[in-house]
Write a protein that binds this ligand. Structure first.
Ligand SMILES: Nc1ncnc2c1ncn2[C@@H]1O[C@H](COP(=O)(O)OP(=O)(O)O)[C@@H](O)[C@H]1O
Ligand SMILES: [Mg+2]
Length: 397
């Protein structure tokens, strides 16, 4: 297979693995906490049963002197489980570990306790305490705050881990993008800088030849001039991508036609180029010409490669059907081999290529130029394997 694709496959496998491990940890925490919650809940129920029995015993026993230890050890020892006892007529006779709001009127605190009783009822049926002579008290209770916290603990933990994951992801991708930016910009500046010196001396040499007796009027001097001009354009592109490029209102039809004229003269005659427009011929768009030319060149060169040197390339300028009316759409359609749906996003990744002599940088660069430098958009609008492809460039007018 191709050398670059496995990197992306591997990356998505690592992502899957991380997600799987996170889910596993999450599930294990939930299960383990549930076991703890179950055990603690059982303990609390036993404690309350004993509590109710003690209550009954204390009430039904005459010899009060022997009971104080029971009272201390069991009734007073319950510092965590909220308990309310009512008599047979529903009067509240005792409440423990219930946080009645302080400093409120009696009626308000009774109302609060009734609310608590309703909550307790929803959790467990009350325990009946027989107090003799057919009379009964009712003991209501609910789980301790500790148990409630423990029940929600895994959710809180998962939420925190989730938040951290999201933050880490964004921080990571931000710093990776910043690093990529530095590489693009640095390399471009360095290239422009290195080309500068020999280029200015070439300009000098051409001038010298043009003036010299021997070469004056020779076509070779003009050809040399064309190559120098081409080198100047390349240097300008690199220097523009290495700095904040200036965008100007340019006649987009003329710019597009000029951009393809260079290509047209260099590819097989069996490839036809056509520029169509639905716009007034003087419609302006915000572009940086050296960079925009580079985009058109990259997209059209790919189109030529995809058609094996035979077919047609149509560049169509128009307004977007939806979206802002100030925007300009340029659709570049070829009759090449097409791109499968699953690859439509991937073609823009740096290093993605299906060619023996490809670097996979053309579309990554084009996307960068359009989206970062022109604040526009570049994407695959349509493609069908075997029929062709449309790349869409959206510019601001
Ligand atoms: N018009 C197109 N038709 C079909 N495939 C395309 C087209 N344009 C780009 N591609 C695919 O996208 C890949 C990446 O393109 P690019 O970034 O320019 O790198 P390179 O041209 O060096 O391969 C190409 O190798 C090709 O597989
Ligand atoms: Mg290319």
């Amino acid at each position: 297979m191709l050398p670059t694709i496995p990197i992306y496959d591997q990356k998505s496998r690592i992502k899957l693995l991380i997600v799987a491990v996170a889910l596993l940890i999450g599930a294990a925490t939930v299960i383990y906490t549930n076991i703890l919650v179950g055990q603690l809940s059982d303990r609390e129920r036993q404690q309350i049963d004993l509590y109710a029995k003690t209550q009954r015993y204390i009430i039904n026993t005459e010899e009060e002197s022997n009971l104080s230890f029971l009272y201390d050890e069991i009734i007073e020892a319950n510092k965590t489980i909220p308990v309310i006892i009512t008599d047979g007529d529903d009067n509240i006779i005792d409440a423990r570990n219930v946080n009645v709001p302080k400093g409120v009127a009696e009626a308000a605190s009774i109302k609060f306790l009734r609310g608590e009783i309703a909550q307790m009822k929803a959790q467990h049926p009350p325990i009946v305490i027989e107090i003799g002579a057919g009379l009964r008290n009712y003991l209501y209770y609910k789980e301790s705050a500790l148990l409630t916290q423990l029940r929600y603990y895994p959710l809180v933990q998962l939420a925190i881990i989730g938040c951290l994951g999201v933050i880490a992801y964004f921080a990571f991708s931000y710093s990776r993008r910043a690093e990529q930016n530095r590489v693009w910009v640095g390399l471009a500046k360095e290239t422009a800088h290195q080309l500068g010196t020999p280029l200015s001396s070439l300009v000098g040499w051409q001038e010298y030849l043009r003036e010299s007796e021997r070469f004056r009027g020779e076509p070779i001097v003009e050809e040399l001039g064309k190559d120098i001009r081409r080198l100047e354009i390349i240097t300008e592109r690199f220097s523009n991508i290495g700095s904040v490029p200036v965008l100007k209102d340019e006649n987009i039809l003329r710019v597009t036609e000029n951009a393809i004229s260079y290509l047209q003269s260099r590819v097989s005659k069996k490839v036809s180029f056509e520029v169509k427009t639905d716009l007034p011929t003087d419609t302006p768009a915000q572009v940086n010409i050296p960079l925009f030319d580079w985009v058109i060149e990259n997209i059209c060169k790919n189109a030529v490669d995809a058609m094996d040197g035979r077919g047609s390339i149509v560049l169509h300028l128009r307004r977007p059907v939806r979206g802002s009316k100030s925007q300009i759409v340029l659709d570049i359609t070829d009759t090449g081999k097409g791109i499968s749906k699953s690859k439509m996003q991937r073609v823009f990744l740096p290093g993605y290529t299906t060619k023996k002599r490809g670097w996979g940088l053309g579309l990554a660069l084009a996307k960068r130029i359009i989206e970062n430098y022109h604040k526009g958009r570049l994407f695959v609008k349509w493609s069908e394997p075997g029929r062709g492809t449309t790349f869409r460039v959206i510019l601001n007018g």
